[in-house]
Design a protein around this ligand. Structure first.
Ligand SMILES: *[C@@H]1O[C@H](CO)[C@@H](O)[C@H](O)[C@H]1NC(C)=O
Length: 392
């Protein structure tokens, strides 16, 4: 056989192997109906290029290493105690200043399958049974904790903790599939996101690659107990936060790399508009005491993500290879895990970027909560909380 013949034979074998995927290694093996859609990214000229040359996040302190896994939201109760955070095994835990305590659960069917595992990824297959609390917010007056559980929808638990009760699991008859984050206004209305109607949290990479627009921004009215859809057809909506004066709230658009603003008061009430274009794809957003916003950026936009945004067919093609989802994840985030966070003014101006571009200390950020001059940085992927002192 000639070398060309061998090469042709190998390529044919590879093509057939990928097409058949006999060992079901392709990230699409369990998604026969997978479909990818174009993403209209903001023009390159509008994407902020500013970098944190000093990699200031490397000065963060890594706290609670291996004591908590995959903490996303960092919440402090109305007395300032905490943080409280939701972890990979489905518990909401509370730091009392000395140790972590169990505070609440979103699942009423916990068993040994929810017991500690070696790393956050080990919990994925049982998340729908054990629960996966993501966004957390305390009601300032009642002290109740509101929870966006990725699998169980919008929930609430009293100041004493325990098993949370469900507030809603659907909107307009369509079940919540990936409840992600929330905030509460002065009247007790809850604004929250359902990131997708098709993909669950454990399949967030498939959702990123699909970019299907079934995400919704929702409102739960505590008086009527009704849930209404405020904005629909969103591509991976994620974090939600009210402005300091309550005149609007922000919601992150994960696939588009931008934040939008939804007006609650004034003549534009009930309408939304683009608030800020980000250097990358946002996860959660939180308001600080001055009314500025801290955004956790899942990863920066790169040439790779920009090219793939416009080529949904290529995205589907790449996912058909029997290559683990983790490799696609690393390609998507630019090669290696590294954290980027941004501070925005109340007008949407980019005030500061803090990052650890080498991923030496802080490898990922899902949420940034500012308290008493410190940033508490949680991540669904990491077994710790990073604390960055703003005075450093
Ligand atoms: C409760 O958990 C068990 C596994 O521990 C599972 O087999 C069962 O389906 C769960 N029940 C519900 C209603 O989720």
């Amino acid at each position: 056989m000639t070398p060309t013949g061998i090469l042709a034979g190998l390529l044919l074998f590879l093509a057939v192997y990928c097409a058949v995927d006999p060992f079901k290694h392709s990230p699409l093996a369990d998604f026969p109906d997978f479909e990818a859609f174009p993403i209209e990214l903001p023009p390159q000229s509008l994407i902020p290029e500013v970098k944190d040359e000093k990699n200031l996040l490397q000065k963060s302190e890594i706290k609670f290493l291996n004591q908590i896994q995959g903490p996303e939201s960092m919440a402090f109760d109305p007395q300032g105690r905490g943080p409280y955070t939701g972890v990979a095994d489905g518990r909401i835990v509370f730091w009392d200043g000395h140790k972590w305590n169990d505070f609440a659960y979103t699942s009423n069917n916990r068993s040994e399958i929810c017991n500690p595992q070696p790393s956050p990824s080990f919990y994925l297959k049982n998340e729908h049974i054990c629960g996966r609390p993501l966004g957390l917010r305390f009601h300032k007056e009642t002290g109740d904790l509101y929870i966006a559980d990725a699998y169980f929808g919008l929930m609430k638990v009293g100041p004493e903790g325990g098993v949370a009760t469900s507030l809603t699991t659907e909107a307009e008859g369509v079940p919540l599939r990936f409840t992600n984050d929330l905030d509460i206004d002065d009247e007790g209305n809850i604004y929250f996101t359902d990131s997708s109607t098709n993909y669950q949290r454990r399949n967030f990479m498939q959702l990123i690659f699909s970019a299907e627009a079934t995400g919704r921004l929702l409102k739960y009215n505590p008086t009527t107990k009704e849930t209404s859809v405020l904005v629909r057809n969103l591509q991976f909506p994620n974090g939600v936060t009210l402005s300091k004066d309550g005149s609007f709230f922000l919601f992150c658009e994960g696939s588009k790399g931008r934040i939008s603003k939804y007006w609650l008061k004034g003549e534009k009430a009930g309408t939304s508009e683009v608030f800020a274009i980000l250097p990358g794809f946002p996860d959660n957003v939180r308001t600080n005491k001055d009314g500025d916003f801290w955004v956790a950026i899942h990863c920066r936009q790169t040439l790779y993500t920009r090219v793939l945004a416009g080529l949904p067919g290529i995205r589907t093609f790449l996912l058909k290879f029997p290559v683990p989802t983790k490799i696609h994840y690393l390609l998507h985030i630019g090669g290696w895990p590294h954290a980027v966070v941004a501070k925005l003014s109340p007008e949407g101006k980019l005030l500061q970027i803090l990052e650890d571009s080498q991923g030496k200390v802080v490898k990922a950020a899902s949420e940034v909560e500012e308290k008493d001059g410190k940033l508490w940085i949680g991540s669904v992927l990491m077994p710790f909380v990073a604390v960055y002192n703003l005075a450093s």
